[in-house]
Each structure stands twice: as C-alpha cells, then as structure tokens.
Design a protein around this ligand. Structure first.
Ligand SMILES: Nc1nc2c(ncn2[C@@H]2O[C@H](COP(=O)(O)OP(=O)(O)OP(=O)(O)O)[C@@H](O)[C@H]2O)c(=O)[nH]1
Ligand SMILES: [Mg+2]
Length: 263
C-alpha cells in the first residue's frame, strides 16, 4: 500500500491550526477522500476536532500538571517526552486506519514543539516519504513587516528542525481587508517588496535588525508563496489541497474518481 500523505499543521499559539484542520478534514471528507485526523496536542481543550487518533488517550496535560505540580509550559515539555515514549502506539493507531491522508494538529506552543528533541522523534516516527508541514501565519502577527519577518524566521526554524517540505498559509484571511491580503501576498511573492516594506514601515530602531534578518532569510533561498485561507469562510481549502498534491505526487490525484468540487 502507498504511504499516506501526512500533513503537520504548525504555527504560533492561536494561529488557527485546529480550526483549519477541522475545516480541511470536513472538505476532504465531503469530496470523498479517505482522511484521518490526529491530535498531537496533549493540552487541547474541547472535542470539536473529533480526532480519529487522540494523543490525550495516552498523555493529558491537565493530569501531568496535577501529578507533577507543573505549570502549563513545564507540563508541555514533560508531555512531549511522554508522547515520544508512546509514539509507536500512536503510530500503530494511525496505521490501523489505513487512510490515504493523515492530518496532524500540533500543540499550540510552536517553540516547544519545534525545539524539543522529543518532537523530532515523534515526527520521525509518524512520517513516511510523503510528509510535509503547513505553517500557519497568524494575520495579527503577519501584517507588520517586522512581524512578517519574525514569522518567516520561525517557519524557517521549524523547516530546519524537521527537514520536511513546507507550505505557508495565511490563516483567518477573512479578518483582513483584500488590500491587506494583497500586500502580504506581494511580500511573499515579489522579491524586494518585503525589504521595501521593512525599510519604510519599521520603527527606526528596529530597521537594521529587521533588514539583517530579511537578508539572512533571502540567503536561505526563495520561500514558498503565502496561500490565503479562512477556516471560517472556507477560503483557500481546495487550493491548499492542490498545493499538497504538488508536494506529494507532483500534481497527481490519489483518487481521480473523487475529484473535489469547486470552492
Ligand atoms: N475570523 C476567523 N477566526 C478564526 C479562524 N480560524 C480560527 N479562528 C479563531 O481563532 C482562535 C484560535 O483558533 P484555533 O483553531 O483554536 O487556533 P490554534 O492555532 O489551534 O490554537 P492553539 O492550539 O491554542 O495554539 C479561535 O477563537 C478561532 O475561532 C478563521 O478562519 N477566521
Ligand atoms: Mg489548537
């Protein structure tokens, strides 16, 4: 059997990861795709995601906080180590579903997820050859040039840590005006537009640092264009699917008989 196409959804706390996974899984299912949703966030509250495999069955943040007297961040660190110890059970649960696609919602604190060795062990165990990361840009952070550069740095760090192909999504694009969305797209697509914005709009004391950071990113090579999405309004979902397909199969559909409907 061909390996499933696995997508990890990451981004800063509250960027919209869980909402997007939910909306995307709903769209995929209604289009006839066989998809499994995995919750890797031991601190997730609520069950609106309705994951098929839920790491909270093995490790729950609230229980770790109580048992070890830890705060939320200390508990997240301990939880990542505990999940790593259980990861082969989690992997077996995912494999038993035999799904064509696996969508993985990750913990809110991206820095805890990205920097811990345990997370790398977790991602390594769950990833086959067809795995990628979707990094969600929170519009509240992305709309200033300095914030946008900072998110690019963060996404590059995540890409560097996990060494998987990455797509950049602009989450919650419905909270921005069309002009603001167009400006962010220009920053992501047109060489020099972001630098221009950084030098023109950043408060003077921050210009040099933002410019240097921008240049460091530029030296790493071109980054992927930003894809505007909205879980709330169902924007960009099909485009995201197509972008994933290009990463997984060079554009081929896994199930041509289940062609998705137009957005
Ligand atoms: N307007 C709008 N709000 C959204 C959208 N997606 C998510 N939100 C809101 O943004 C907040 C955070 O959404 P989540 O999906 O929980 O984000 P998350 O990244 O999973 O959050 P953590 O796991 O806590 O880091 C919630 O109040 C959502 O209702 C969207 O497309 N548009
Ligand atoms: Mg979440």
């Amino acid at each position: 059997m061909e390996e499933p196409g696995t997508v990890y959804f990451t981004g800063t706390a509250g960027a919209g990861k869980t909402s997007f996974v939910r909306a995307y899984a709903g769209w995929m299912r209604s289009a006839g795709y066989d998809v499994a949703v995995v919750n890797l966030d031991p601190g997730a509250e609520g069950d609106e995601l309705a994951p098929d495999v839920d790491v909270r069955e093995w490790v729950r943040l609230s229980e770790i906080e109580d048992e070890y007297g830890l705060g939320p961040n200390g508990a997240q660190v301990a939880a990542a180590d505990m999940i790593a110890l259980k990861i082969f059970e989690v992997r077996q649960a995912v494999q038993e579903l035999k799904s064509d696609y696996v969508l993985v919602d990750t913990p809110g604190q991206v820095e805890l997820f990205a920097f811990r060795e345990a997370s790398r062990a977790i991602v390594d165990a769950l990833s086959g050859d067809r795995s990628m990361i979707a990094f969600l840009f929170d519009p509240a952070l992305a709309r200033t040039p300095g914030g946008y550069v900072a998110l690019l740095m963060l996404s590059s760090t995540v890409e560097f840590r996990f060494r998987l192909p990455m797509l950049h999504l602009l989450a919650k694009s419905d909270v921005l005006t069309p002009e603001q969305v167009a400006e962010l797209l220009a920053w992501s697509e047109e060489s020099g537009r972001l630098l221009e914005a950084v030098t023109q709009l950043t408060p003077t004391p921050d210009i040099q640092l933002s410019t240097e950071l921008y240049r460091a990113l530029e030296n790493l090579g071109p980054s992927t264009a930003l894809l505007p999405t909205s879980a709330k309004e169902g924007v960009g979902i099909e485009s995201f699917y197509q972008a994933c397909q290009r990463v997984f199969t060079g554009g081929e559909d896994l199930e041509p008989s289940h062609a998705p409907t137009e957005e």
